[in-house]
Design a protein around this ligand. Structure first.
Ligand code: ADP
Ligand code: ZN
Length: 531
């Protein structure tokens, strides 16, 4: 007579209490669990830290058979399985990191009905033997984690996820639950279509993270600005600093260490052992700063991350939301700080141009970037705009806990300034073989006789010195906003400023243009050490 392990029960509440040690479900968890236990399909949108795992783990322990969890996070599977086993749950995984023996053992356990949960990398489904294996066992449910990876429209598309569209045809009676922490309306629709979840019940939790203070500052001297933030507001706190390149990760980590801040680097170019060690130190120790590329953080569950700082612009709002979402999972006040400047826009646009993929793909990347830029350049509440992006009405026009709420930003009529800047670009257009970037353009507008100005006799241009009413930072801001809104482009080998299709109308003053004024100083967060 088979022994039924005590982690299994027909009562979800009992599983929650006895196995996971929690008194009550949170938010929509209970409804999702009952729906899936009853055999229904579900699409679950819940922010990071919302508690998605229990939504499939509990039903897997209630329903007959094994819960099959498809996840792209191969590096985390071992940890997830270890954590479940520590709770007495019979869990295993199949992915490319295993050798044949390990894989066979897990397959035998599955076939013998000895697994409550089986984690599976999506590319395993490309292997016919995996599909046959699944057909021979008993499956309680399919959980599709990080479901946005199936959406080509989204920011994190993985081709192997398309294989999941077959699950419904092959196992029509097995409930499927797709989960993601980021999805716009468009992505959600695509997920539902591709996974044939159009009849599934959708559970959409609030995406608001009220304890996170969103701040986006003009980038001047990023490392110095970061240091100031850490010293003034986050001394001794745990946090994550994201940089675009491996090199800048290492330089920033070194810089912080040199300033007496305990910082560790993390990027895909480091040896696996170093990476693992740094990650586990970050999780275990207090007050460590992890300087990382976005390779770091997926599935990291550290509750007391007090700040997430971006020294470079994220490629999409989804990415920004996901990365900043790693702050403040414990609900305590936390900071999401981003430094952003013209060079970021130029660099990202160039990366898109140089990227692999067809025109449609590049257009998608461009639109993701534009949405991120709009968030950076807004004079509205950041939170309201962020939530609106995810299709959610914030129910207020001002959150009171973002930089634009704390230090309201005004807009000003930049029509004339834009005309002047574009006229200067126009005057230089016949000298394309030279590198006339923003710095040189501003020198001309301000009437500065630099060596380069004299070399090219640009002091003879009619636009020389026509912009002295604005300061250099103000001009930088004007040009950044023109580029961000595609009213000016950066092109050619020399990163020269060039016209776009929309430039002429602005130069002729046909389109009034409101621009964001830069606040004098970035907002300060609520002081946590009293008044
Ligand atoms: P997500 O996958 O949505 O990012 P997780 O499933 O990792 O979130 O859950 C985040 C944290 O919240 C975990 O530490 C988890 O144990 C905890 N948690 C989830 N549900 C509950 C609950 N009902 N009661 C208490 N803690 C919970
Ligand atoms: Zn706000």
């Amino acid at each position: 007579e088979p022994v039924v392990p005590r982690v299994r029960s027909s009562d979800p509440q009992e599983v929650l209490r006895r196995v996971f040690g929690y008194d009550a479900f949170r938010g929509d968890q209970q409804e999702i669990v009952s729906h899936v236990v009853a055999g229904g399909d579900a699409l679950v949108l819940m922010p990071t830290g919302g508690g998605k795992s229990l939504c499939y783990q509990v039903p897997a322990l209630v329903r007959e058979g094994t819960g099959v969890v498809v996840s792209p996070l191969i590096a985390l599977m071992q940890d997830q399985v270890d954590a479940l086993q520590a709770l007495g749950v019979r869990a295993g995984f199949l992915n490319s990191t295993q050798d044949a023996d390990e894989r066979r053992l897990t397959e035998q356990e599955f076939l013998a009905g000895e697994l409550d949960l089986l984690y599976l990398a999506p590319e395993r489904l490309r292997v016919e033997s995996t599909v046959r294996l699944l057909e021979r066992g008993r499956i309680a449910l399919f959980a599709i984690d990080e479901a946005h990876c199936v959406a080509q429209w989204g920011h994190d598309f993985r081709p192997d996820y398309l294989l999941l569209s077959e699950l419904h045809g092959r196992w029509p009676d097995v409930p499927r639950i797709a989960l993601t922490a980021t999805a716009t309306e468009a992505t959600r629709t695509e997920i539902a279509q591709r996974l044939q979840l159009t009849d599934a019940r959708h559970f959409v939790a609030s995406f608001d993270r009220p304890n996170i203070q969103y701040r986006i500052a003009p980038k001047n001297e990023p490392r110095k600005q970061l240091l100031e933030l850490l010293r003034a507001e986050h001394a001794g706190d745990s946090g994550i600093v994201y940089c675009l390149s491996r090199k800048s990760v290492e330089q920033t980590a070194e810089f912080l260490s040199g300033q007496g801040i305990r910082a560790l680097p993390y990027h895909a170019g480091l040896e696996a052992a170093v990476r693992r060690n740094n990650q586990s130190r970050f999780l275990r120790e207090d007050g460590l700063v992890m300087v990382a590329t976005i390779a770091f953080g997926m599935g990291i569950d550290k509750p007391d991350v007090r700040f997430v700082a971006h020294l470079d612009l994220p490629k999409s709002v989804e990415g920004y939301y996901q990365e900043t979402g790693r702050a403040g999972r414990d609900g305590e006040p936390s900071t999401a700080w981003l430094a952003y400047g013209l060079a970021d826009v130029v660099q990202q646009r160039k990366m898109i141009d140089d990227s692999e993929g067809d025109a449609a793909h590049k257009r998608r990347l461009g639109m993701h970037l534009d949405a991120m830029l709009a968030l950076c350049e807004t004079t509205e509440c950041r939170r309201v705009q962020l939530l609106r992006y995810f299709g959610q009405d914030a129910g207020t026009s001002r959150c009171g806990n973002c930089d634009t709420c704390l230090t309201p930003v005004s807009s000003w009529d930049g029509t004339v300034a834009a005309q002047k800047a574009l006229s200067a670009v126009w005057r230089l257009k016949n000298e394309r073989r030279q590198s006339f970037g923003a710095v040189h353009l501003i020198d001309i507008l301000l009437g500065r006789r630099t060596a380069k100005v004299e070399q090219f006799s640009h002091d003879q241009l009619s636009v020389f010195g026509i912009g002295t009413e604005l300061s250099e930072p103000q001009w930088r801001s004007v040009i950044r906003q023109l580029v961000a809104r595609r009213l000016l482009a950066v092109g050619g080998l020399h990163s020269t400023l060039v016209f776009t299709d929309d430039s002429p109308a602005v130069m002729r003053g046909e389109k009034p243009l409101m621009l964001r004024s830069e606040p004098e100083r970035a907002a300060r967060s609520r002081s946590r050490s009293g008044p």
